[in-house]
Design a protein around this ligand. Sequence first.
Ligand code: DAH
Length: 339
Amino acid sequence: MKDISQLKEEFLKELKKAKKAEERRKICKKYIEEELSSVFCSIKNLAGEKRTKIGKEANELRRFILEQQKKEKEKRKEGEGWIDVTLPGNDPEMGTIHPLTQLQRRCVDIFSRMGFLAVEGPEMENEWYNFDALNFKEDHPVREMQDTLFVKQKNRESLPAKDKLLMRTQTSPVQVRYMEKRKPPFRIIVPGRVFRNEATDSSHEINFYQLEGLMVGENISVANFKAIINFFFQELFYDDIDFRLRPSFFPFTEPSFEVDISCSICAKKGCSVCKNTGWIEVMGAGMVHPNVLESAKVDSAKFNGFAFGVGLDRFAMIEHKIDDIRLFYGGDLRFLKQF
Ligand code: DAH
């Protein structure tokens, strides 16, 4: 068996002589796969101390050669660092803006042209802002478990409403959050995600997007509201959209209305989207209830205003003829890349 230090010398000599990288790589390979492996094979026949000593030396030499091999590889990589500029490039993966974000941005843009400021509020709310401040009575059925996702808390029942947490069911609480810190007049819109404890199907999701609007000042009327949403609908649908108000009920507005737009798909003739009525319900609205203004410390004898809330998912579904709300949240690129 060859002496290990002699083997190392031979290796270095050969390596020095080799002019080409290719040859040097071959030498490293030969010493590891042939010379050293035959050493390792014969080590087993040695006895005790000698076996440990030579084993250790052989391992050191192996590590040394591997090191040389690595250096050779690195040198090769450096040599290959040129770029063929005539080759076609690799297309970077481009993302697309989510259809709901696109719609949200368009809405914010339209309202900001009418002097509305876009503001946000927390997705995890408390009962006071989500319900009490909005004039929901203590025993209102919407507070029950089937609609609201409450946050589990120790001794929840004994906490004050401002400490009882929940996932907001609407963007309306931001009305109060905004008003209580400022003085009227106000013109705001609030885009944001809301949560409901729903069994999901093609038109229900546990979360969806709303756009809230609020205008408060002196002598604001329903006529002002109609003018504002008329502009909004015309701009949003690039079309002569007809709309109508129907009486409705919300605890935080008086009077309250439901807003329908004429069906742009069938031009009021009747189709599956408008359920053959020619109209699609898109918005809840009304004149802000004095109790809500008072909750936000706004003098309801001096100021009044209107508020409204729309579901953005509904709009996007109408606009793009999407028949399942769950597609927005499924993360399927085949769907998302179409926008
Ligand atoms: N928050 C209501 C909902 O989620 C929508 C709504 C209705 C908002 C009337 C308003 C309003 O501001 O005035 O169903």
